[in-house]
Design a protein around this ligand. Structure first.
Ligand code: NAD
Length: 359
């Protein structure tokens, strides 16, 4: 589940204002207009869906990497057609959002003609919330697989050192009358943000979330933050994060096996890899039949008998889509410290600050 930023008072910003703010900062840091537009839209998409850990709040850390010279604000990814259904994008160290957006657009173009399109992306950067790529495919009427690798944060099962990334696995399929299927999940038991929250509140954490620096299970959030996150489902979550590395790192030609650079390491580019597939849903039946079957699946899932204590069953992606409806109406909530940090970035480059909605 996506997290609220904190218990502090919320200040609401209209999504179009958050987008304008982000675009201004990006352009102020040298990102060309078209690319700034893509990055700003993706960040706001995360905030709208309630994935607050991957939204506009990431701007200060991304801008720091531009200033450190390890993320190239001006770079333009290039695309190479390998076969009629396979392409490779070289991001040239541009924003991951820009390179992956180009990759998914190409995958969709190929899938429209041939039924499937597959793109490997190399020498890229963090692309935030994977669901925006799934949504890009859904907007074009396509099913998709969206994989990425990321910097070491998880041990492999049985290990204690950070080796694999908390690399999300995502996929989606359009619905008919019902909402689309959007799975977007990191392979850790819990998001690191939940550990920060427990520490702030002086609470303990479940012992299966993390190991301390000595490789022991811990219920102390401070000790957990010194150690490593644990994969969900033990060896299965560990295997999923290795799977993200096989397809996004080994196959693409990007860094892999623990060599993607940590976002806080200013010594070199991140060299993240992605793997994107678009699939035409009406390959084996009419589009109408496919959508009818998706709707039936969704209705069967959300309409099934509930376990004790459960009021409502959601289809994957549904909670985030409901959050988006609310936030489009009421604005996106941020806390004061976040607004201040974001406005400091605007001041650096003389771009417009965040406009908070009068309550
Ligand atoms: N780019 C990167 O390197 C990177 C790394 C880590 C995480 N992320 C992003 O962080 C985000 C958070 O990941 P997460 O694993 O914490 O997500 P999560 O646990 O909130 O959700 C995982 C999936 O489960 C579904 N879900 C959650 N609760 C549900 C419920 N009650 N009923 C039905 N379905 C439900 C969600 O719709 C989602 O598809 C993702 O958007 C991911 O892409 C990105």
């Amino acid at each position: 589940m996506a997290e609220e930023p904190s218990d502090a008072q919320k200040y609401y910003v209209r999504p179009e204002d958050a987008e304008g703010y982000a675009k201004g900062i990006l352009q102020g840091n040298g990102v060309p207009l078209g690319n700034a537009d893509i990055v700003a839209k993706c960040l706001v998409a995360a905030d709208l869906r309630g994935v607050d850990t991957h939204g506009v709040n990431r701007i200060p850390s991304y801008m720091a990497r531009i200033r450190q010279g390890v993320l190239d604000a001006r770079a333009q990814p290039t695309l190479h057609e390998v076969t009629p259904v396979v392409a490779q994008v070289d991001a040239h160290n541009a924003f991951g959002f820009v390179a992956a957006h180009m990759g998914m657009a190409k995958a969709v173009e190929m899938a429209k003609i041939y039924g499937i399109g597959m793109v490997g992306v190399k020498h890229s950067n963090h692309f935030g919330m994977s669901a925006w790529l799934v949504q890009q495919a859904i907007d074009a009427g396509m099913m998709s697989l969206v994989f990425t690798n990321s910097s070491p944060a998880l041990p492999v099962w049985g290990g204690k050192e950070k080796l694999m990334g908390v690399s999300p696995i995502a996929c989606g399929a359009p619905g008919g009358k019902e909402k689309p299927f959007i799975l977007d999940m990191a392979p850790s038991v819990a998001a690191r943000g939940k550990i920060y929250k427990a520490k702030r509140r002086g609470e303990k954490i479940p012992a299966d979330w993390a190991l301390d620096a000595e490789g022991r299970q811990t219920d102390d959030p401070a000790a957990a933050l010194e150690g490593v996150m644990l994969p969900m489902g033990g060896p299965k979550g560990s295997a999923l994060s290795i799977m993200m590395d096989v397809f996004s790192g080994v196959l693409s030609g990007s860094a892999f096996a623990g060599h993607v650079t940590n976002p806080y390491d200013p010594s070199k580019p991140a060299d993240v890899g992605h793997f994107l597939v678009a699939i035409k849903p009406d390959l084996f039946m009419s589009l109408e039949d496919f959508k009818g079957r998706m709707d039936y699946l969704s209705q069967r899932c959300v309409g099934c008998e509930k376990m004790a204590g459960v009021d409502r069953i959601y289809f994957p992606g549904e909670i985030e889509q409901l959050t988006e409806e609310t936030r489009r109406r009421d604005g996106i909530p941020y806390v004061e410290a976040e607004i201040n940090a974001l406005n400091d970035e605007a001041e650096r480059v003389g771009s417009a600050k965040l406009k908070v909605v009068e309550q």
